[in-house]
Design a protein around this ligand. Structure first.
Ligand code: NAG
Ligand code: NAG
Ligand code: NAG
Ligand code: NAG
Length: 448
């Protein structure tokens, strides 16, 4: 009898050593054991269940405070109480063919799934139900339906993020207030038939057009698109003498009145800030995708702001613009781009837009989640393309999600039908360029 006790205890010690080496595996196993096996009175060495290739027990011999035996769910099941030392019932969740222990959290795209004990004997994997930016269903639909006109892709920087975060931190333009929307568009006189079928600012003004930027996780499209359109126009109107990248961070950090920095801003307020106070350049106040403190005095010039002065023009003042103006419709927008350069536009962003990879975008309404947000971008040109749906006219637009997104950072969107409201609120501006040249002979030559 004594010897037998010894033997069983020794086996148990060996087993526990093994088991603790693989403790995670041990608890990953779905229980319960004794409930299935049944509990036995007294000592019965054959009242056992195999775990990890060795034996555990469900007999009353397990009823000891110091017990080296492996007794999986003897205490909770056979005695109805939690064991003094040995962890409780071995519960687990089987999910996608894998068994997880209770309280284990796994991430599925943007949602946490937690193996949750529902009762003393059952556990279930419970997952959050947030809409994610990347929805494989949208990608499948867009890529497998003839006639959508564009293709979709999974972006690793968007994977694992909630749609809500995308709308809050990847866009960032507050819907214009109604009185601003009613701004009368400027009147133009032109012959639309004289316009080229395709036009790209970057071809007409090579080296003058601001590169695609990446706003990061900061809802700053209001500042980025404003600074970029102003920069483009400084370069174009000055014929390359004032090629600068104006600081979007300057707007985010300093144009705080009625604005929300990385949580969005109004375009009319951004433009009126530049009109009144001017901007410094990107080198002087680089982009950090954060609400960092303003370090440019409202008044004063580039010297008071501690910026380096430009090389080729005699400028000390910050870069200011005349009041922004609104441009009315498709042909007016084309006329404006052709003559003055890229314009700022606002689009309503739907769920499917985030995964745009290429082609001519048109909202597909495939997502069950109809959350939207406003985003400002820069229209740099236009064109036409034959597709399965016939001739499609498009705008070429610079986004601010880095060059790896879309068509090298750009997207094309259907033109002439106010798709996603893109033609509803288009703005342009005149920059106050510096006319005094500093070094007549050292102006960089530019081919136009
Ligand atoms: C279990 O052990 C406790 C004390 O060690 C004892 O009081 C109790 O009677 C035992 N139960 C059974 C069913 O043997
Ligand atoms: C679960 O176990 C606890 C003690 O650990 C007990 O108080 C409770 O009644 C049990 N619940 C069920 C549903 O068995
Ligand atoms: C999307 O990309 C991420 C990261 O690159 C990857 O982990 C994930 O499995 C991809 N999802 C799909 C549906 O392809
Ligand atoms: C756009 O507006 C102008 C007036 O500013 C008008 O002459 C032109 O016909 C309009 N074009 C379209 C496509 O509606």
């Amino acid at each position: 009898m004594e010897l037998q006790n010894w033997t069983r205890a020794l086996v148990a010690v060996t087993l526990l050593t093994l088991a603790s080496a693989a403790l995670d595996d041990y608890f990953d196993l779905p229980g319960p054991y004794c409930r299935d096996r049944g509990c036995c009175p007294g000592r019965q060495d054959d009242c056992s269940v195999p775990i990890l290739g060795t034996l555990c027990y469900c007999d009353d011999f397990c009823n000891r405070t110091r017990n080296e035996d492996c007794c999986p769910d003897f205490w909770p099941h056979c005695k109805g109480i939690m064991p003094p030392e040995i962890p409780g019932p071995i519960l687990g969740c089987t999910y996608e063919g894998i068994v997880y222990p209770v309280n284990k959290v796994v991430k599925r795209n943007c949602n946490d799934c937690k193996c949750t004990a529902i009762s003393n004997t059952t556990a279930e994997m419970l997952c959050e139900q947030n809409a994610c930016i990347v929805d494989p269903m949208i990608i499948d639909f867009v890529n497998n339906n003839y006639g959508v006109g564009w293709t979709a892709s999974n972006y690793s920087e968007f994977w694992g993020r909630k749609l809500e975060e995308g709308i809050k931190l990847r866009l960032g333009t507050l819907q214009p207030q109604r009185f601003v929307m009613r701004m009368t568009p400027v009147r133009r006189i032109y012959d639309p038939h004289s316009f080229p079928r395709e036009f790209d600012s970057e071809m007409k003004w090579p080296g003058f057009i601001t590169h695609v930027q990446d706003q990061g996780w900061c809802g700053s499209s209001w500042a980025i698109s404003t600074a970029a359109v102003a920069s483009d126009r400084f370069a174009i109107l000055s014929k390359g003498r004032e090629r600068i990248t104006l600081s979007a961070q300057h707007l985010i950090s300093c144009d705080r009145r009625g604005q929300q920095s990385c949580n969005g801003g109004y375009l009319d307020r951004a433009w009126s800030y530049i009109r009144k106070f001017g901007l410094v350049d990107e080198d002087c106040f680089p982009y950090t995708a954060s609400n960092e403190k303003c370090r440019v005095p409202r008044h004063g010039d580039l010297l008071t702001a501690k910026c380096r002065l430009p090389q080729f023009v005699d400028r000390k003042s910050k870069y200011k613009v005349a009041p922004a103006y609104r441009i009315g419709n498709e042909t007016d927008i084309m006329f404006e781009i052709l003559n003055s350069g890229p314009v700022q536009a606002t689009i309503k962003v739907y769920h499917d837009f985030f995964t745009y990879k290429g082609g001519i975008y048109k909202h597909s309404s495939v997502s069950p989640d109809d959350r939207t947000g406003y985003h400002s971008i820069r229209i740099v040109g236009w064109g036409e393309e034959y597709t399965s749906e016939g001739l499609r006219k498009y705008w070429k637009v610079a986004n601010s999600w880095g060059p790896a997104w879309g068509e090298n950072g750009y997207f094309r969107i259907i033109r002439g039908v106010d798709e996603c409201e893109i033609e509803s609120f288009v703005l342009g501006t005149w920059p106050e360029i510096e006319n005094k040249l500093l070094l007549q002979n050292e102006i960089p030559r530019v081919n136009i």
